[in-house]
Design a protein around this ligand. Sequence first.
Ligand code: PLP
Length: 418
Amino acid sequence: MNESDCKLTRSWIGSIDLRLIAEQVGTPVFVYSEAQILKNVRRVKDAARAVGLEERVELYVPFFPNSNPHVLRPLRDAGVGILLQLPSEHRLLKRFGFDKFIVSPGHVADEEIAFWDRTGCPTFLSSLDEIAYSLRTKAPSISVRIDSLDSGKPGIKYGELDKLTALLAEHGRELDCFEVYCGSGNSRDAMIDIIEKQFEIFNTHFPTARAINFAGGHGFVYESWDESEKHFDWAEYFRALREIADRMGIPGHVKFLFEPARDVLADTGALLLSVERDVITNSVGSLVVTDGSRMLMPSAQLRDRRHNVVFLDADMAEIPATPGTDGTSAALRGRSILRHDYILPGEYWVPSAVDARSHLLILDVGAYCATQHMEFLNIPPAAEVLVDTAGTAHLVTARGDDLDKWRHLLEEKREVKS
Ligand SMILES: Cc1ncc(COP(=O)(O)O)c(C=O)c1O
C-alpha cells in the first residue's frame, strides 16, 4: 500500500477500533472523539491566551449542531458554555449537569421570553417587539441579536439600532450584551474585516454593554486533510481583535463571547456506513449502495459540500484511493427508494477493491449532521458512539430499531376531547 494514498493516519478516527463498534453497535453509526473536542477548544483558548485575552474571551458552543449531552460533556468540564435555542434543550442539559448557558431563540412568543427570564440566562432577542415585551415586564437583563447581513434571518436590522437605543432610554435600561451573527463559513480575513463594524456598534449605540457576542461563522475547510488547514486561524484572528479593540478604545472589562460550532465540532465526528452491494454500474452511471440515508446529511446537500470519505475493507483496513486510477467515480446512495437519496452530493472516487463487504467512512460530521437526521421515509436514526480520552468507545445513543418511526403510535385510536 502506498502510504501517501492512506488518509486515515492523519485523523483520530484512524486509531479507533471500528470493527468492534460495527460488530457491537451496527451501522450506520456516528463515532465521536472526546479528545478531538478538547483539542479544538484548547486551540481557541491558547490563541486567546497568547494575546492576553484569556480573561475576556468566553466560549458558548451551540447545542443545535450536535445535541448529544454525552458528546458535549468535555466542553462543560473545560468551562465552555452552551448556546441554546429551545426550553427543552435547557431542561435536558440541566439534567446532565450543565449550567452555563446563553440563549439565541430566534423569534418567539412572550411566554417563551418569560421562561428564559426566569432562568436568568442571557437571551438575545431578535426584534424590537420582543424587546418591548421584556422592557414592559422588567426583565432582569436585556440582550439583542443583530442581523449583520440585513437578511431574512432573525435579528434587529442595522436601520433599527437608533430605535432600539431610544426604546432602552425610554425605560431607563441599558443593554447587557449584543450578538452579531455574520453567516457561516467565513474566512479569517472576512471575520477580521467585520470586527471594526462590531466595535463601532458598541461605541455608537451601546457603550455600557457588559459584553459583545461575535457568534459563530468561523470557516472550516472540509476538503483539506491537514488539520492545521481545516481549522480557523484563531491566533491571527485574536491578534487582530486585540489590536482593533485597543485602537478603538473598547474598555478592558468588556467580555468577548464566541459561539463556534463547526470549528469546534465538525472534525470530532465520523459516520461509518456499510456498503451493501458490489458497485452497480448501469447506462446512467455507477452507484455505491449504502445503509445510510440522505437525511443524515441535508446541510451537505443544501450547500453542495464535499466531505472527505474513505473506503474500508472487510477487516476495516483503509482501501487506498488515488482518484483517476484503479477505480470508478460513483454516486453514494442511501437505502430508500427515493430518486434523490444520496448520502452526499456529487460523485466520489471508488477504488476497484470496494465490494459488498466494504464500509464507507465519512469524515467531519460532528456538526450539523446527526442533529439534522429525520425519520426519512421510515428509516430509523443512526446510533452514536463516543470514544473517551482513554480510547474506550461508549454507546451514547442507541440506534432506532426497525419500528422506531412508530414509537409514539397508539395501539388504539384515542378520541380528542376536553
Ligand atoms: C446564532 C448562531 N451562533 C452560532 C452559530 C454557529 O455557526 P458556525 O457553525 O458557523 O460556527 C450559528 C449557526 O447557525 C448561529 O445561528
